[in-house]
Each structure stands twice: as structure tokens, then as C-alpha cells.
Design a protein around this ligand. Structure first.
Ligand code: ADP
Ligand code: MG
Ligand code: MG
Length: 889
């Protein structure tokens, strides 16, 4: 018999925190909290395995499930002394979904399940509180009706709004038991109209309805979208938790709340959260009433903190905070309810946080001895460092304040205002920066939030959906900007008599909550403090070297500031495109004889030498890899008549001659055409000029800085040993010439890119000539798959969507195929030369999963764009600590 159901609370703790795959995160942690003695209402968890079995079996439950659920329900009844469906002393339960990772899109929780026309009387009598009983009942019909029966929640809200109008009150809590009774009656009529059947009165039917809805929600479109965005396999399944109710809506000594054990925005070690007196469930995040702060220190005038309103429950909560942090050794996100001054824990999980908070918490926990430094290094997701590299608003920049909300997720963003998620996605796909503006967001907005640079909502608090999701995604967010009103129909947002229309630019400051009309200048972030500390710890454990791909002095300086240990790829062709050079480059290409080409190259030499001298100076003492010209010549060709005329004039040809030459040079498939070392072999003078510029530049920089750089001359697109032999001989000859002329020699290497399948297959032979290999995984991916990156947009996304490929192979290395090639070339290279230096350049050098692969096969370094350098340093450290590629588990 398979065990489908695990009990928790009241002495029956069958689960543990490390059973999250089976019990889901919520269920596993409820059991764990109960085990360490925290007050958790008793309940049980139906496993994720049941979910999988349900889908494998045509959406039918196994036969033995019913008996197991009944038995566990019996344990709850025993523990609390109430019976499910009992007219006098009814047990009420909540039904809660809970996957391995917390996941928006799953079914919302149903509270107060078990109520019907009969049991509500029992609840009323037992509690002696009619308002409470009928409030609970209407909440149940509303939740069950919308979540399980699919009735539009607006239909329920209309009825309440009308009841409040009739009663002349503003707050829900001001409605009397009679009002709620009337609301319940109307609800039932409305539900019956909507679905053509009465609201279910049988508690067991209610229970199975809710359980079925949770499992059903696992495959709904919202959940599917979220899983796709976060690489979560559908086979994981969700669990269902059924738990005895505790009531935060029984009066002034009751409350419900959510909190974080540390500040999730900044990471500051202070208790952080919100609560509402006399409220239930998600009232706190729903924005119906304004939540109040937990601690007195955080209360503004007019606010009443939990510390003041419910001092003894608050003291218990502070103790729980301590217990949980020491137990889980991580910042926790907690949900709790207070019933008649007694605290109950309803959830704990590792709290979502900004990158800044993640860093600070990891560093402070290590400094406090809760975790060690290696653990701290593992705690920060390298990809999230991106957030810290986000710009913030320049304090000196002029700005026009439009409105203000809560600082829900830090960073600044400018973009055009867009009012719905589909449009946000569409416009951003076209390359526009958009800011998503919503009254509030729901899980249906995930794709729009993802596409937006920033998110603005006019309703909801620091723990609202928008705030939590934005922090998780690293999007700046201003939430609950109550002074701004949004009109979806008119597509406007207005505040203080001013109006902004859809498509006009606005700017958000997620750190202050301010909203500005128009764009505001931004500044680059600083790399000190916790960032520097954690990076230092990462550097102590990583083995891989981190270099950067850089052509310009600005890129090289930025990368060095970010900790790059040299340049792994400098693409010299970028230097050819500069306006004052392109004319000379064109003369070189157009020249129809060697003398003409040499004349043009002589003019290019000083430019290139100056470029290289700059790079060598900035990277003094560090290796600098310079790749000789790679792209096909036609990329530099003149197109417009004015350009053609310019070349004609400079070379003394007529314009038609030039046009003909341009046509001659054009290729059917330039990616596989006359490029890379093929150019160097057919026009050796080009590589000779570049080699000369490199060695002259290196000697100049060595004299200037007193520290010789180590130039690594890299020959692109090699597929045979002979190609490298020929081009290397040219470079060595130029080096010898320059050293003789300058009366000084320096150390240098000559190596090659491994970016063609043939080069992989003969890597042992190529290694006889090469001092190093650099894996050009962009081209290698194109040539191993036989697909052109520029055309892949038409089908690759569909491949990833359908799971034919797990990820875009240009973003994260295809370990199985391209990775096998890299491994093979590395092995063959080492077989020839034991100490052959090897690295990777290209997009993959900054991707954490690809970096883990590079660590595994023992490469010497990775090279990535300057802004990815910190990401790569941390990812390399984690790879050295054995953190796997899968970050979702
Ligand atoms: P989510 O996954 O959306 O956070 P939960 O299952 O945690 O949903 O439920 C949301 C809220 O409902 C909880 O924070 C809590 O306030 C309330 N809740 C859930 N179960 C109970 C219960 N047994 N008693 C009282 N309140 C509950
Ligand atoms: Mg929820
Ligand atoms: Mg919850």
C-alpha cells in the first residue's frame, strides 16, 4: 500500500523539512515546525506523488486514498475535540496547495471549509459570536465559490459592496451578523444561478471538491507559464494540505499576519512584517484594510503595532523568529494567526529577497557564526547579482515627482507606461522599455511583469503579489501608490491633477517608492560593502580564472573594477568599424593589389597599436587575448552611394568598379565563408599588421607601466593543423622582427579558438602548434548543431517551449552535445600538451550553469562580458564548492 497521506501537529508528525519533494514546501515545513515544538494547528498533507498518480491515471484517485484521508481527518478531530460536519461542534479546515517550490498560479487557499447552513449555527453557539460565525461562512462561500466552483469573484464583491451601501458602513468589519446572514443568502442564490446547481452543503463533498481543485490547478495555464519561466518540470506535482482552522477573525484579541525574520529589501536584521486585527487569511495582502506594522519602532503616527495591540502574542512571535532562524539558518517568511491572544504558526519558508538583501543576510549570518563563509558563498544566486549592477537614480538629476507608493523592490527603471501584461510583453519584445502599471497584479500578470523594466501598482502593501514577485524577479517595483489613480478604460494614470497616458515615459525608484513623470538620469552602482566581502570569500574558494571579453578601454576598465583577471577575448574587428577608420579599412579591402593593401594597412597600424596599448596598459600584469580579424571582409563594404564614392576617390577607381568589387566579395553563406584564419592565409599582410600592432603595443605598455602584459595572440576559425602552422609562423616572424627593432622582447603565446567540429576532432594535432585553446562556444554551438544563430529565432523558442531542448543552447551550453565536443577537444589537447592552457569565451562564459560545466572539465578560465564578471566569480566559486547546475530543486 502506498502512503499518500502524512499527518502533522498534535503529536503526529510524519513529515520533516527534508521531505519537501514528497510533501511540498508548505507541508514539509508545517511538519518540521510542529516537530520543533512550535504551535501548528494539526492537519495532514496529501503527497505530490498522489498528484502524479492522479494525472498518470486519467485524473482518477487511487482506491486507498479515501480511507487514508478519513483516518488522518480522524486524528485532527481527536486532537482538537471537534468533528467534521458535526452540527454542534464542527471542525473546520483549510485546504491549501503547496508544491516543492512556492509557485504562483496554484489554487488559492480555501478557509473555513466544513461550514453549511447547519454547522454555522453550531459555530455560532460554540463561539457565542454570531458575527464571527456568519463572517466565516460568507468567507467560505466566497472562497470556495470563486476558487473551486469558478464563479467570478467580482460577483461576490458586488454583493458585499451593496450590503455596505445599504448599511451605510465603509469597513467590512462594521457589518452586523444579520448583514452577513443576508449576504450569505444572496451568495447562495447567486452561486446557484451561476453554476446551475446549489452550493454544496455536504462537508465531505466540499473537501473532495477543494482537493480536486488543487490538483486541477497544477495544470492550469498560469501554473504552466510560471513553470516554464522557472524551469520547473510538470512531473514534480503539487501536494495538498488540509489543516484545522484557527481564527483571526473572532474579535479584537485576534489577528492574522505575515512577516520576514529580516528585511527582505535591504537584508537588515530587524523583524519585518504586517498584521491586521480581527481578520482572516490573506486580508493582509488583499489591500482591503491597511495592514499595521509588527514592531513599535516601525509604526508611524496613527498606526498601532502588534507589539502594542497584542503584546503577549507579539512576544511569542519574537521568540518564534529566533527559533526559526536558528533552526533553518536562513531568513524565513512566516504566516501566522492569533486566536484569542494565542499565536499559531501557519507557514514558514525561506524568504524571497532582493540581491542586496541576499548578500547582506549571507554576510551577516556568516559573521554571526550561524553559517560558515563557504555556505554564505553558496547562498547567493549568482544570476541575481545582476540586480545589484542595476543603475539607481542620479541624486543630482532633475526630476518631476508624479506620485509616491511603497518602496517594494529596489532599483530604478524608466519606460513607457503600459496598462496590461500582454501589451507589456508585446512592446518589450519589440525592444521598448516598458513600465507595467496596474491597480494590483495577480498571477495572470507574471509574463507582463517579466517583460517590464519596472512595476507600479496603486493597491497592496509590501507583501502584495506585485511586491513579492518583483523582488523575486529583480524588477524595481513601487506598490500601493494610493494617491495615483489608474483608469484602464482611458489608459491613463493620474495624480494631483496631472495625467500620464499610455505610451508616455515614467520613472520608478523602487528604493524610495517615488514615481516620476518622464525619464530621470541614472548612475552606476557601487561595488563595496557586503558585495566586496562576499566576492572576496568567493575568490578564496574558486579555482577557475575569470577574464573578460573587451575591446574598448571603457569595457576593460569596468571589467577590471569588477575583478576580471585579464582579457579572454578582444575582437579586433570592432576596432575597424570606428568612423575615422572604416574608410581606410575599405581602401584595404578594395585594393586590387598587394601594394594597395599594404598602403592602407600602414595607415591602420597606428590605430591598432594605440588600441592595444590602451588594453595592455589597463590590464598591466595580466594576460590579454587578442583575436586576429575574424569576420568576412564584406561586412566592412560600402553600401550607400556616398560610401562607394568615398572609396572610389581614395583608391582612384571609378564608382562602378567599386560596386563590382563589392558584389564580388559578397558571399552566399558568410558564416561559413571567407573569414577567420582563411583571411589570414589569403591576405597574410592583414594578420602581419595586427601582430605588429600587438607586439609594438605590448612593448610600449610594458615600458610605460613597468609591468609587461602577456599578449596571447589568438587565431580564429582553425580547422586544420596546417592552418595554424602557417599563421603562427607569420606571427612568430613579426614578433622576432619587432623584438629586434625595439631591442626588447616579451613573453607571448599563440593559440587558437576551438570553434569548428573538425578542430575538435584533430585537437591533438592542433595542440602541437598551439600554446592555448579558447573555446568559442557561440560558433561551436552553431556548427555542432548546424544552425545559424541569426535564423534560430524562428524555431528555437518553440523547441524550448516543447521541451525538445531544455534551454536555449546559445544561453546555456548544451552539455550533452556541444559540451561533449569541448570535453573531447580538451582531452585531446591535454594528451598532446599536458599543461595546455584552456578557457572559454562567448556568451556561455557568464552563464552559471555553463561555468559549472567548465569547472567540471577542468578548464583554466572563463571569459565573459564586463557586467557578468561578478556573476562569473561567484558562479565559479559555487562550482568549486560543488553546487550543481539545477537551482530550482
Ligand atoms: P499561500 O500559499 O497563497 O500563502 P496559504 O495556504 O498559506 O496560501 O494560505 C493563505 C493564508 O490563509 C495563510 O497565510 C493563513 O493566514 C490562512 N490560513 C491557511 N490555513 C489556515 C488555518 N488552518 N487556519 C487559519 N488560517 C489559515
Ligand atoms: Mg496566496
Ligand atoms: Mg501562505
Amino acid at each position: 500500500m502506498t502512503k499518500w497521506v502524512y499527518s502533522f501537529g498534535a503529536g503526529h508528525n510524519e513529515g520533516r523539512a527534508d521531505m519537501r519533494n514528497l510533501l511540498g514546501g508548505k507541508g514539509a515545513n508545517l511538519a518540521e515546525m510542529a516537530t520543533i515544538g512550535l504551535p501548528v494547528p494539526p492537519g495532514f498533507t496529501i503527497t505530490t506523488e498522489l498528484c502524479t498518480a492522479y494525472y498518470d491515471n486519467d485524473r482518477r484517485y487511487p482506491d486507498d486514498l479515501d480511507a487514508q484521508v478519513r483516518a488522518s481527518l480522524g486524528l485532527i478531530e481527536e486532537a482538537v475535540g471537534l468533528r467534521f460536519g458535526d452540527a454542534a461542534k464542527p471542525l473546520l479546515v483549510s485546504v491549501r496547495s503547496g508544491a516543492r517550490v512556492s509557485m504562483p498560479g496554484m489554487m488559492d487557499t480555501v478557509l473555513n471549509l466544513g461550514l453549511n447552513d447547519e454547522t454555522v449555527r453550531g459555530l455560532e453557539a460554540a463561539s457565542g459570536d454570531a458575527r464571527f460565525a456568519w463572517d466565516s461562512y460568507r468567507r467560505f462561500i466566497q472562497m470556495y465559490g470563486s476558487v473551486v466552483l469558478g464563479v467570478d469573484h467580482h460577483r461576490f464583491e458586488e454583493i458585499i459592496e451593496n450590503a455596505k451601501l445599504d448599511a451605510g458602513v465603509i469597513e467590512d468589519t462594521a457589518l452586523s451578523p444579520q448583514h452577513w446572514q443576508a449576504v450569505v443568502a444572496e451568495y447562495k442564490v447567486m452561486v446557484e444561478q451561476e453554476r446551475g446547481a446549489p452550493f454544496p452543503m455536504d462537508p465531505h463533498e466540499q473537501l473532495w471538491g477543494a482537493i480536486g481543485a488543487v490538483f486541477g490547478s497544477w495544470m492550469n495555464p498560469r501554473a504552466n507559464t510560471y513553470r516554464r519561466l522557472h524551469d520547473i518540470p510538470a512531473t514534480w506535482g503539487t501536494a495538498v494540505n488540509v489543516q484545522a482552522m484557527v481564527f483571526g477573525n473572532m474579535g479584537a484579541d485576534c489577528a492574522t499576519g505575515v512577516c520576514f525574520t529580516r528585511d527582505p529589501s535591504t537584508g537588515e536584521n530587524t523583524f519585518y512584517g504586517e498584521f491586521l486585527v480581527n481578520a482572516q487569511g490573506e486580508d493582509v495582502v488583499a489591500g482591503i484594510r491597511t495592514p499595521q506594522p509588527l514592531s513599535r519602532l516601525r509604526a508611524h503616527p496613527g498606526e498601532v503595532s502588534m507589539e502594542e495591540a497584542l503584546p503577549s502574542a507579539y512576544a511569542d512571535l519574537v521568540a518564534v523568529r529566533e527559533t526559526l532562524e536558528h533552526h533553518y539558518l536562513d531568513m524565513q517568511d512566516i504566516e501566522f494567526t492569533v486566536q484569542q491572544n494565542k499565536l499559531y504558526m501557519l507557514q514558514t519558508r525561506s524568504g524571497k529577497r532582493t540581491a542586496a538583501a541576499s548578500l547582506r543576510i549571507a554576510v551577516e549570518m556568516a559573521e554571526a557564526g550561524l553559517i560558515d563563509r563557504r555556505e554564505a558563498v553558496k547562498r547567493v544566486n549568482p544570476a541575481s547579482l545582476d540586480q545589484l549592477l542595476h543603475p539607481t537614480l542620479d541624486p543630482k538629476a532633475p526630476r518631476t515627482v508624479f506620485g509616491k507608493g511603497l518602496p517594494a523592490s529596489p532599483g530604478a527603471a524608466s519606460g513607457v507606461a503600459v496598462f496590461n501584461s500582454d501589451e507589456a510583453e508585446m512592446r518589450s519584445a519589440k525592444g521598448e522599455a516598458v513600465v507595467l502599471v496596474r491597480i494590483e497584479t495577480s498571477p495572470e500578470d507574471i509574463h507582463g511583469m517579466h517583460a517590464a523594466r519596472g512595476i507600479l501598482t496603486t493597491r497592496g502593501g509590501m507583501t502584495s503579489h506585485a511586491a513579492v514577485v518583483a523582488r523575486g524577479m529583480g524588477r524595481p517595483c513601487v506598490a500601493g501608490a494610493g494617491g495615483i489613480s489608474v483608469d484602464y478604460g482611458a489608459q491613463t494614470l493620474s495624480a494631483g491633477g496631472k495625467t500620464i497616458r499610455a505610451g508616455e515615459t515614467i520613472t520608478l525608484d523602487g528604493a524610495t517608492g517615488e514615481v516620476f513623470s518622464g525619464a530621470v538620469a541614472m548612475i552606476e552602482p557601487s561595488m563595496s560593502g557586503d558585495f566586496a566581502t562576499l566576492m572576496g570569500w568567493a575568490d578564496q574558494v574558486r579555482r577557475l580564472g575569470i577574464r573578460t571579453n573587451a575591446e574598448t578601454p571603457l569595457d576593460a576598465e569596468t571589467a577590471r573594477k569588477f575583478g576580471a583577471e585579464g582579457i579572454g577575448l578582444s575582437r579586433t574587428e570592432h576596432m575597424f568599424f570606428a568612423p575615422e577608420r572604416i574608410g581606410v579599412v575599405r581602401q584595404m579591402i578594395m585594393a586590387d593589389d598587394l601594394a594597395g593593401r599594404r598602403a592602407a594597412l600602414d595607415k591602420l597600424l597606428p590605430f591598432q597599436r594605440a588600441d592595444f596599448t590602451d588594453l595592455f596598459r589597463i590590464m598591466h600584469g595580466l594576460p590579454v587575448t587578442i583575436r586576429l580579424l575574424d569576420p568576412p571582409l564584406h561586412e566592412f563594404l560600402p553600401h550607400q552611394d556616398s560610401e562607394l564614392a568615398e572609396v572610389a576617390a581614395a583608391t582612384g577607381q571609378d564608382i562602378e568598379q567599386v560596386r563590382r568589387r563589392a558584389a564580388e566579395l559578397s558571399e552566399a553563406n558568410p558564416m561559413l565563408g571567407h573569414r577567420g584564419c582563411r583571411l589570414g592565409i589569403t591576405y597574410p599582410e592583414i594578420y602581419e599588421m595586427q601582430a605588429r600592432a600587438i607586439f609594438e603595443g605590448a612593448i610600449a605598455a610594458a615600458r610605460e607601466t613597468g609591468e609587461a602584459p602577456v599578449p596571447e595572440v589568438m587565431i580564429p576559425l582553425i580547422s586544420t593543423r596546417r592552418e595554424l602552422e602557417i599563421t603562427r609562423a607569420q606571427v612568430d616572424k613579426v614578433a622576432a622582427d619587432v623584438f629586434r627593432e625595439q631591442g626588447q622582447s616579451i613573453e607571448y603565446l599563440v593559440g587558437t579558438m576551438i570553434e569548428l567540429p573538425r578542430a575538435v576532432l584533430v585537437a591533438d594535432k592542433i595542440a602541437e602548434i598551439a600554446d592555448f585553446f579558447s573555446f568559442g562556444t557561440n560558433d561551436l554551438t552553431q556548427t555542432v548543431f548546424g544552425l545559424s544563430r541569426d535564423d534560430a529565432g524562428r524555431f528555437l523558442p518553440a523547441y524550448v517551449e516543447a521541451g525538445i531542448l531544455p534551454k536555449d543552447p546559445f544561453v546555456s551550453i548544451d552539455v550533452e552535445g556541444v559540451g561533449a565536443m569541448v570535453r573531447m577537444a580538451a582531452d585531446k589537447g591535454r594528451a598532446t600538451k599536458n599543461a595546455l592552457k584552456m578557457g572559454i569565451c562567448g556568451e556561455h562564459g557568464g552563464d552559471p550553469a555553463s561555468i559549472a560545466f567548465c569547472e567540471e572539465i577542468g578548464l583554466d578560465y572563463v571569459s565573459c562580458s564586463p557586467y557578468r564578471v561578478p556573476v562569473a566569480r561567484l558562479a565559479a566559486a559555487q562550482a568549486a564548492l560543488g553546487v550543481g547546475v539545477d537551482r530550482t530543486a
